[in-house]
Design a protein around this ligand. Structure first.
Ligand SMILES: Nc1nc2c(ncn2[C@@H]2O[C@H](COP(=O)(O)OP(=O)(O)O)[C@@H](O)[C@H]2O)c(=O)[nH]1
Ligand SMILES: [Mg+2]
Length: 351
C-alpha cells in the first residue's frame, strides 16, 4: 500500500525545501521516497522529481492561451489535473506498490481551504489505496505577533476541516525565529495551543477594537482542541527525524528495515513478500504505539536550540562539524597510504 504526504502551506513557507530535505534524509536511511511536483509555477525544483505536473500542463501556457492571471491560471491547472486524474494515476502506478510519495502543492491558500480540486484529487488517491497525511507548513515568524498567530491558527484549522486527512501542522524555519525579536511566551505555548487567553494583553495593545472578537476566536480554536504544531528547521537532522516520526505515526507507516539490520531476532520478516504484507512487530510497537522520543521531540529542547541558547549551540555544532571533517580527512589519508603500500595486484596470490 503506498503511503505519502500532501505538503501544503503559503508561498515561501518552505514546501519545496522540505521535500528536498526529506528526500535527502530518507535516501540516507534507505527508505523509499518519490516526490511529485504538483506546483505548475515551481521553476527551480531543487529535488529529483518522480512526476512533474509541467509535463501535463504549464502555468505559462494556460495564462497565454486563456488570458488568465497567475492566480486564475493556477486554479485552472489544478482543475485540469483533476479532470485528467488518469494521467496522475498512471504515473503513480509506475512508482510501485511500496512507494512513499510526497506531493509538493502550490502555495495558493484557497487550494487547501475552499477550492475543490485538491480535495477531490486527494479523495481519489485515498480511494486508490494511498495512506496520506497533510503536512501543513506555516512560517514560524508569525508566532511573534499575536494577531498573525491567530490567522495561522484559523488557516490551519480551515485546512484540516477542508482536506479531512490525518493532519500535521508545522511551524517551519524555526531556526530563524530568534531574528524576529523576543517571543511573548515560550515556544510550547504556541505549539500546544492551550490557554490562549494569555494572548489578550498583546491583542488589546495591537488591535484594541477587536480584542473581544479575537478572544472569541481563540476560545473556539482552543475548545475544539484540534490545532497543534510540530516545529521544523529543515537543515537540522534531529528536527527532520522528529517530524518524520510524527508523520509516520499519523499515517501508520511502518518502516521495514532491510534484512541484516539491527532489529531484535524474529521481529523482522525478511522474505521477499511485499512490505505491505510483511509484519514488523518491532518497528510497529516502537514507532506507532510508543511515545515520540529522541532529540528535538520535546519542544523545550527546540526552544533551547533555536531561541534561548542559539549562539552556544551554533558554535558547538561548528566545532562538531570541524571535528567530523578532520576525522574524514584522516580516514582518507590513511586509506590512500594503505593503497600506496599495497598497490592493486600486489596482494594477488600467484596461481
Ligand atoms: N533558514 C531556513 N530557511 C528555510 C527553511 N525552509 C525553507 N527555507 C527557505 O525559505 C525560502 C522558501 O522556500 P521554498 O521551499 O521555496 O518555499 P515554497 O514556496 O513553500 O516551496 C527558501 O529561500 C528556502 O531556502 C528552513 O527550515 N530554515
Ligand atoms: Mg515550492
Amino acid at each position: 500500500m503506498p503511503f505519502g504526504e500532501v505538503v501544503c502551506g503559503s508561498p515561501g513557507s518552505g514546501k519545496s525545501t522540505y521535500c528536498y530535505g526529506k528526500h535527502q534524509l530518507l535516501t540516507a536511511i534507505g527508505r523509499p521516497i518519490s516526490i511529485v511536483n504538483l506546483d505548475p509555477a515551481n521553476e527551480n525544483i531543487p529535488y529529483p522529481c518522480a512526476v512533474d505536473i509541467s509535463s501535463l500542463i504549464t502555468l505559462e501556457d494556460v495564462m497565454k492561451e486563456h488570458g488568465l492571471g497567475p492566480n486564475g491560471g493556477m486554479l485552472y491547472c489544478m482543475e485540469y489535473l483533476e479532470a485528467n486524474y488518469d494521467w496522475l494515476e498512471d504515473r503513480l502506478k509506475e512508482l510501485g506498490p511500496d512507494a512513499y510519495v510526497l506531493f509538493d502543492l502550490p502555495g495558493q491558500v484557497e487550494l487547501s481551504t475552499n477550492h475543490d480540486s485538491v480535495k477531490n484529487i486527494v479523495e481519489k488517491l485515498t480511494k486508490n489505496g494511498f495512506r496520506l497525511a497533510v503536512v501543513h507548513l506555516c512560517d514560524a515568524h508569525y508566532v511573534t505577533d499575536a494577531s498573525k498567530y491567530i490567522s495561522v491558527l484559523l488557516l490551519s484549522l480551515r485546512t484540516m476541516l477542508h482536506l479531512e486527512l490525518p493532519h500535521i501542522n508545522v511551524l517551519s524555519k524555526v531556526d530563524l525565529i530568534a531574528q524576529y525579536g523576543d517571543l511573548d511566551f515560550n515556544l510550547d505555548f504556541y505549539t500546544e495551543v492551550q490557554d490562549l487567553s494569555h494572548l489578550e494583553n498583546s491583542l488589546s495593545s495591537t488591535t484594541p477594537r477587536y480584542t473581544a472578537l479575537n478572544m472569541a476566536i481563540c476560545s473556539l480554536v482552543e475548545d475544539f482542541g484540534l490545532v497543534g504544531f510540530e516545529t521544523l528547521a529543515v537543515e537540522d537532522k534531529s528536527s527532520m527525524l522528529h517530524l518524520t516520526r510524527a508523520i509516520d505515526r499519523a499515517t501508520g507507516y511502518v518502516f521495514v528495515p532491510p534484512a541484516g539490520s539491527q532489529a531484535p531476532p524474529g521481529t523482522v520478516d525478511d522474505t521477499s513478500a511485499p512490505a505491505s504484507i510483511r509484519p514488523n512487530m518491532f518497528a510497529l510497537h516502537s514507532t506507532a504505539a510508543g511515545p515520540l522520543k529522541g532529540p528535538a521531540s520535546d519542544v523545550r529542547d527546540v526552544q533551547e536550540r533555536w531561541v534561548d541558547a542559539k549562539e552556544v549551540w551554533d558554535a558547538h555544532e561548528k566545532v562538531q562539524w570541524r571535528r567530523e571533517a578532520e576525522l574524514m580527512r584522516e580516514e582518507v589519508a590513511r586509506a590512500s597510504k594503505i593503497r600506496e603500500r599495497n598497490p592493486p595486484g600486489s596482494m594477488d596470490i600467484p596461481s
